[in-house]
Design a protein around this ligand. Structure first.
Ligand SMILES: [Zn+2]
Length: 296
């Protein structure tokens, strides 16, 4: 290959000295494309090998270009993670100190009517808790309807222009029967999501599951124990127990709430302005909270 290179170099020199139109026209662009990549890498490698042999360095110690790129990637990720790494939790409230000392569990917190004022309590006691960002925002499309998005943006007009604010909604829960719904508002999406997640953990409440369906009456916790109603704004919802295997009889977005708390069968009936999703979700939360009110 080295000889070919020499020939090519010689040709180039000739062309540079006497630029003939015929020779240039003979060289098609396809040939150039074929020739160049075949020659250049080997030449480079041979050059590197020669240099290495002169200096006496092992080839294995020199990292390839791909390896260098791979080694750089985790560094960037680590740098990003460093900002989010949490220092060890030092509780500020009395309940937080009790939780960290292991004196109280999640069930006792609600049975003794404590209020959770630190989101770390939830992280500590329910490490496997899941979180879902609900699609509360959106932009109207060309053909009508709304393209749903997780962040809802509102604009207020100021002297100097428009000021936007983003609000997001997060639900947290685990299949053992805890649910929390929180809304956060901020200037940016990330700040709003963080706020909503924190608010959701502070708003955690237990859910009583059961099977109140006369079609099933199995006694397991796959549904709710009895029919219950809830309200927020103009939205009124009614939750009804359903037999095993029926599934979630609700809209796709509302199914997420029941999936995260492990309710598999339920019927939902709604009334009012249900396209305002924040009110719809809080109406369902109200209904689920109402289950706990009945004492028996
Ligand atoms: Zn059942």
């Amino acid at each position: 290959m080295a000889t070919e290179e020499k020939k090519k170099v010689g040709k180039d020199n000739l062309e540079n000295k006497e630029p003939k139109i015929e020779e240039i026209s003979k060289k098609s662009p396809a040939e150039d494309k074929k020739a160049e990549p075949a020659v250049s890498p080997e030449v480079e490698e041979s050059a590197i090998e020669g240099a290495v042999a002169d200096e006496g360095i092992d080839l294995d110690t020199i990292p390839d270009a791909e390896e260098v790129i791979e080694a750089e990637k985790p560094k960037r990720a680590r740098r990003y993670d460093d900002e989010d790494t949490e220092v060890e939790w030092s509780p500020k409230t009395q309940l937080g100190k009790m939780v960290k000392a292991g004196e109280i569990g999640m069930n006792e917190i609600f049975s003794t009517h404590h209020q959770i004022r630190e989101s770390e309590i939830v992280d500590f006691l329910l490490p496997g808790i899941e979180e879902i960002t609900m699609l509360i925002g959106g932009s109207p499309g060309k053909g009508g309807g709304i393209q749903r998005r997780p962040s809802r943006r509102t604009v207020r007009v100021h002297k100097s222009g428009r000021r936007t604010k983003t609000s997001m909604m997060t639900i947290v829960g685990d299949t053992k029967g805890y649910l929390g719904i929180g809304v956060g508002k901020a200037a940016t999406n990330k700040a709003a999501r963080d706020k909503s997640l924190k608010n959701a953990k502070l708003a955690l409440f237990p859910i009583r599951k059961g099977c109140g369906s006369w079609e099933c009456s199995c006694g397991d916790g796959h549904s709710i124990p009895y029919a219950i109603a809830g309200k927020c704004g103009s939205v009124e919802v009614k939750l009804m127990p359903a037999p095993r295997g029926l599934g979630l009889c609700a809209s796709d977005e509302m199914k997420k709430i029941f999936q995260i708390i492990g309710i598999k069968d339920v019927r939902l009936k709604s009334r009012g302005q249900t396209h305002s999703r924040i009110n719809f979700i809080f109406a369902i939360e109200d209904a689920l909270k109402n289950i706990n009110r009945m004492k028996f």
